[in-house]
Structures are given as structure tokens and as C-alpha cells.
Design a protein around this ligand. Structure first.
Ligand code: TXA
Ligand code: MG
Length: 311
């Protein structure tokens, strides 16, 4: 039985209690809903992989409420400091060297000597993390290979009965997973997301490398079919064909529109919810209009091409 928790203080306390007891609680963040467990509890973290049917070699992001918590987990640096000052709380995950004796399960880091950390901005996530007082490991709250959830209903679609509780906190504002930046060597973009590479370059004053195209898959978010609806996706559709579910961009007739006013932030926020809705329509093909490949459009196109990849 999955408890439905609200934003009432008693429910926030209840969620932290479940984490302390080693349970799983899905909760809203500004990017997508996360499936959280005590990052220091091996059994609890293992339960995340079981609930998601997720291959266990994937490392997880640890969510924190404060900089002190982040510094207890990772070897901090000037670059980490500058990025945290500019973007935390917010949709940026930093991959940093793991601190010796950090209170974190080896399952969270997948045995690596690095750790991905993020301080989410969503007020409900902040209340929960503050109430718990320790790091919370949380991948997106969906069964492996399915679309990331931006609402509590999406979480329940694939995880009802498999997790202890979900905190319902409305729609996620960003709608795309966090940007992941590797800081263990040269700054390297590991996953595009809500914060653009251009913005990171501006803050760091140095080049940011990408390794998606040049190196073997290193982050499981990088497996081609990771964000997958049941229907087949037809991308960059210049016109609609009979029988398709249609996802538009800009001023055009369609079933659902990412953003009629061509606002890429709005399109990102709508992306997963619209894919969920069109997938539920039961049609075989979802046709998607072209989305401009700039700014947030790069992250949107990244998610769309993964959702369209053969599996
Ligand atoms: O927006 C988000 O980041 C959401 C919300 C819930 O915070 N979380 C999320 O987690 O997307 P998940 O598990 O679906 O994706 C985590 C990604 C994976 O691709 C994982 O490989 C990468 O982060 N990651 C985590 N720790 C890492 C590490 N030490 N080195 C390299 N990649 C890491
Ligand atoms: Mg995910």
C-alpha cells in the first residue's frame, strides 16, 4: 500500500520517519519527481533499484538540504563553490570526488570514487530534506525505461504498491532532469538539462567538455532508450499523418502543444506530461514537431531522441 502524503507538516514528518526506517518515499523536485531513500542505508538504496527494476550498476544522485551536507559527502573545490553559489538550490548535479568515510551507501555511487550531488529548489523537497537532515538518494520516480514523472499521478502510474509513500506537491516546474556536470577532472557535461552548457561556461569562465558523442556510455541516463513511452515516436514531423497522436511546438493544430508561443522553458515543463498523456491515448505513433536546437531545446531534443530510440 502506497501512502498518499500531503504538504501538511504532519505528513512531511511522516515522510522523514519513513526514510529513517529505511522506506521509499517519492517526492516532488523542480525537475521531476524523485524516488527517495536514506543514502546511507544499503538496504533502503537497494529497495530503490528493486522498485524501479533498475539495473544496479547505475549510480544515483544524492540530494541535500545544505552546503554543509554536500561538503561532508564530497571533496569540495573552488569550482564546486562557484557553481553551488550560482545554481543551488536548483537543477544542477555536480559529480565530485567522494570524501573518505562519507555517510553514503556504496550502492549510491555504484562503487565509484565519485558522487553526484544536488540541492533541489522545490520548497517541498527542501522541507523534506531539512526534516530528514541527511542525504537522500533519488533517481526519477518511474519504473526503469519509462517516462520521468512530473506529477504525483505519473509516479503512481508505474510505482503504486511498490513504494511506501508519495508526497503530492503539484507539477514539477522545470520538467527535465537536472544538468549533470562532472568536476572530477576537466568540467564535463554528463547530461544536458535545465541549466544550459552556455550558462555553466559563463559561471566557470572556462570551456565545458561534452563526452556523449565521444565516449562509451558512462551515465545510464545516456542509454539510448532510457526515456521511453509505449508508443513509437516520430520526430521532426513536418506534417501530421492520419491516426497519429500529435505533439506540436508553436502555432499549429495538434493534440497537445509543448508551447504555442515557442517558449522553450514552457516546452520543457510540458514535455513529459504531454508524452504521458499522448501515450495514454493508445495510438501507435506520437508525431512530434521540430523543436529548435538551442538553449533548453538541446536538452528537450536529447530526451526526445532517447524516447524515440529503438528498444
Ligand atoms: O533532476 C534530477 O536529477 C532527478 C531528480 C529526482 O533530482 N534525478 C535523476 O536521477 O534524474 P537519475 O537516477 O534518474 O539519474 C541520475 C544520473 C544517472 O544517469 C547517473 O548515472 C548519473 O546521474 N550519476 C549519478 N552519480 C554519478 C557519478 N558518480 N558519476 C557519473 N554519473 C553519475
Ligand atoms: Mg530517470
Amino acid at each position: 500500500m502506497t501512502e498518499r502524503l500531503t504538504l501538511a507538516e504532519a505528513d512531511i514528518v511522516r515522510a522523514a520517519e519513513i526514510w529513517r526506517a529505511g522506506g521509499l518515499v517519492a517526492f516532488p523536485t523542480e525537475t521531476v519527481y524523485g524516488l527517495g531513500a536514506d543514502a546511507g542505508n544499503d538496504k533502503a538504496v537497494a529497495a530503490i533499484f528493486a522498485a524501479k527494476d533498475r539495473p544496479s550498476f547505475n549510480p544515483l544522485i544524492t540530494h541535500v538540504a545544505s552546503l554543509d551536507q554536500a561538503k561532508a559527502l564530497a571533496v569540495w573545490s573552488d569550482r564546486a563553490e562557484a557553481l553551488a553559489a550560482a545554481y543551488w538550490p536548483g537543477p544542477l548535479t555536480l559529480v565530485l570526488p567522494l570524501r573518505d568515510g562519507a555517510p553514503v551507501s556504496g550502492l549510491v555511487t555504484a562503487g565509484l570514487d565519485t558522487i553526484g550531488i544536488r540541492m533541489p529548489a522545490h520548497p517541498v523537497a527542501r522541507r523534506l530534506l531539512t526534516a530528514f537532515g541527511r542525504g537522500v538518494a533519488a533517481p526519477s520516480a518511474n519504473r526503469s525505461g519509462r517516462i520521468s514523472p512530473t506529477r504525483a499521478e505519473h509516479v503512481l502510474d508505474t510505482l503504486d504498491g511498490r513504494i511506501d509513500a508519495v508526497v503530492a506537491g503539484g507539477a514539477s516546474q522545470v520538467g527535465l532532469e537536472s544538468t549533470i556536470l562532472g568536476l572530477t577532472g576537466k568540467p564535463t557535461l554528463l547530461r544536458p538539462g535545465g541549466i544550459t552548457a552556455e550558462a555553466l561556461v559563463g559561471t566557470l569562465g572556462t570551456h565545458v567538455f561534452t563526452r556523449r558523442d565521444t565516449e562509451a556510455i558512462s551515465a545510464p541516463g545516456q542509454t539510448p532508450s532510457h526515456y521511453a513511452p509505449r508508443a513509437t515516436l516520430r520526430l521532426n514531423a513536418a506534417e501530421w499523418q492520419d491516426g497519429e497522436a500529435t505533439l506540436g511546438f508553436g502555432d499549429m493544430p495538434c493534440d497537445l502543444n509543448l508551447s504555442q508561443s515557442e517558449d522553450l522553458s514552457e516546452a520543457a515543463a510540458n514535455l513529459f506530461a504531454h508524452l504521458h498523456a499522448l501515450d495514454r491515448s493508445g495510438r501507435e505513433v506520437i508525431a512530434v514537431a521540430p523543436v529548435p536546437h538551442r538553449g533548453l531545446g538541446i536538452a528537450i531534443n536529447d530526451r526526445l531522441s532517447r524516447a524515440a530510440a529503438p528498444r
